[in-house]
Design a binder for this molecule. Structure first.
Ligand code: ATP
Length: 229
C-alpha cells in the first residue's frame, strides 16, 4: 500500500535521509524506532510533503505522491498525526475533527469516528486546548481519520502520554486497522508500545534503516541498544 523507494531528504545542504526503501502492505502496522535526531520526523514530513524530498519516490496504492503538495497527498490517502499533536487550541473538539473533512467533501463527521473515541463526544464543544494530552492525542487521530485515509502516519504518539493511556492507544490503533484495513506507520522511541502495536519493527539510525524484523521475532535486547543514549 505504501512504497518508499530510495527516498532522500534533508534541510539545505544537509542530507538527513540517505536513500530509504520501505514497503508496507495494506493492513500492516509498522513501528519505526530510533533515538532523537535519527530522522523519524524528517521521514514523516517528507512523506507528507512538508519537507521536500530531494530524490526517490513515494507511492500510496497506485497514486504517486512524490512532488505533490501536502493537501493533494491527503486527497491521495495519506493522513498524519504530527509530533506534539498540533491541535488547534482555540477551536472546539468538533471543529478540530471537521478540519480533516476538507478532502472528502463531507460536511459532518461520520459517527464511526466518534465511536472510536467516546470521550470526544462528551467534549465536542470544549476547546481543543483544554483537553488533556491523552484526549488531544485521540482528537489528533480522529482528525486524521476524518480524511478517510488509506495510510495513517503517527509521529511519536506516546510522547507526554501516561502509561495506562499508551496501552489504550495501542489497542485503538489495532482496532482501527482491523475495522478499516488501514496501513499504519508509527515512529516511536518506546519499545513496549511498539511491541504492543506493531506487526513489524524497524530501526532508523542516522537516516538509514538498520533493523527490520517481524513482531514475533524481535530481538528486544538488540533493538534496545539502538534506543539507549
Ligand atoms: N528544520 C531543520 N533544519 C535543519 N536541520 C534539521 C531540521 N529539523 C531537523 N533537522 C536535523 O535533522 C536530523 C533528523 O531530525 P529529526 O527531527 O527527523 O529526528 P527524529 O528522529 O524525529 O528526532 P526527534 O525524536 O527528536 O523528533 C537531526 O540531525 C536534526 O538536527
Amino acid at each position: 500500500m505504501l512504497t518508499i523507494d530510495k527516498l532522500t531528504s534533508g534541510y539545505g545542504e544537509s542530507e538527513v535521509l540517505h536513500g530509504l526503501d520501505l514497503q508496507v502492505p495494506k493492513g500492516e502496522i509498522v513501528a519505526i524506532m530510533g533515538r532523537n535526531g535519527m530522522g523519524k520526523t524528517t521521514l514523516m514530513k517528507s512523506l507528507m510533503g512538508i519537507v521536500p524530498a530531494t530524490g526517490g519516490a513515494i507511492t500510496v496504492g497506485d497514486c504517486k505522491m512524490t512532488g505533490l503538495k501536502s493537501h493533494a497527498r491527503v486527497a491521495g490517502g495519506l493522513a498524519y498525526v504530527p509530533q506534539g499533536r498540533q491541535i488547534f487550541s482555540a477551536m472546539t473538539v468538533e471543529e478540530n475533527v471537521e478540519t480533516g473533512l476538507t478532502v472528502t467533501g463531507k460536511k459532518t463527521v461520520p459517527d464511526d469516528i466518534y465511536e472510536l473515541f467516546p470521550v470526544l463526544v462528551e467534549m465536542k464543544h470544549r476547546r481543543g486546548g483544554n483537553l488533556s494530552g491523552g484526549q488531544q492525542q485521540q482528537l489528533a487521530i480522529a482528525r486524521a481519520l476524518a480524511s478517510d485515509p488509506k495510510v495513517l502516519l503517527l509521529d511519536e504518539p506516546t510522547e507526554g502520554i501516561q502509561p495506562s493511556i499508551i496501552r489504550d492507544m495501542a489497542r485503538t490503533l489495532r482496532r482501527i486497522r482491523d475495522e478499516r484495513g488501514l496501513t499504519i506507520v508509527v515512529s516511536e522511541q518506546v519499545l513496549s508500545f511498539a511491541l504492543d502495536v506493531a506487526d513489524r519493527v524497524m530501526v532508523l539510525e542516522k537516516g538509514a534503516f538498520v533493523h527490520d524484523s517481524p513482531r514475533a521475532s524481535v530481538d528486544e535486547a538488540h533493538v534496545s541498544k539502538f534506543l539507549s543514549v
